[in-house]
Design a protein around this ligand. Structure first.
Ligand code: NI
Length: 146
């Protein structure tokens, strides 16, 4: 189909074949999320996918947030997490700590560094005993994403 490639005003249009059921489910979900058209939704999904790929391929610098919930009474979780954060202080820009209830703490750690370092830090934090849930979300400055 390369012969039919047409770029108008900096965008290229392309057709996508999809089963009607799949497409109508997609339309429902994107409408509920506030998208006014499919193109906008698909662009966001493609960017998200590319960021994820870039990050998983282990190349370059990543920026992200590491979100975790733990019980500060359990084990020595707090001490372990503090030690880890000091060890990786160069990769940590900021830490937000919220006391959720009598037992639970929510921590959001903003990270920036090589994807290898960030992944290693995230794995250590998430697997620390006492951490009930942990998730790393990575993003980029988007310089190479239109
Ligand atoms: Ni707390």
């Amino acid at each position: 189909h390369r012969g039919r490639k047409q770029v108008v005003n900096g965008v290229e249009r392309f057709g996508v074949s999809m089963a009607p059921d799949l497409l109508s489910r997609f339309d429902e979900v994107i409408a509920a999320r506030g998208y006014t058209n499919r193109s906008e939704a698909i662009r966001d999904i493609v960017r998200d996918y590319l960021i994820e790929q870039q990050w998983e391929s282990g190349e370059g610098e990543v920026i992200g947030t590491l979100t975790l919930v733990y019980d500060h009474h359990e084990h020595d979780t707090m001490e372990q997490l503090t030690a880890l954060q000091h060890h990786y202080h160069e990769a940590i820009l900021s830490t937000l700590h919220i006391h959720l209830d009598a037992h639970h703490c929510l921590e959001v750690i903003v990270v920036r560094g090589s994807s290898t370092d960030i992944r290693r830090l995230a794995d250590k934090v998430i697997t620390t005993r006492g951490v009930k849930h942990g998730k790393l979300t990575c993003t980029t400055t988007g310089q190479d994403l239109a």
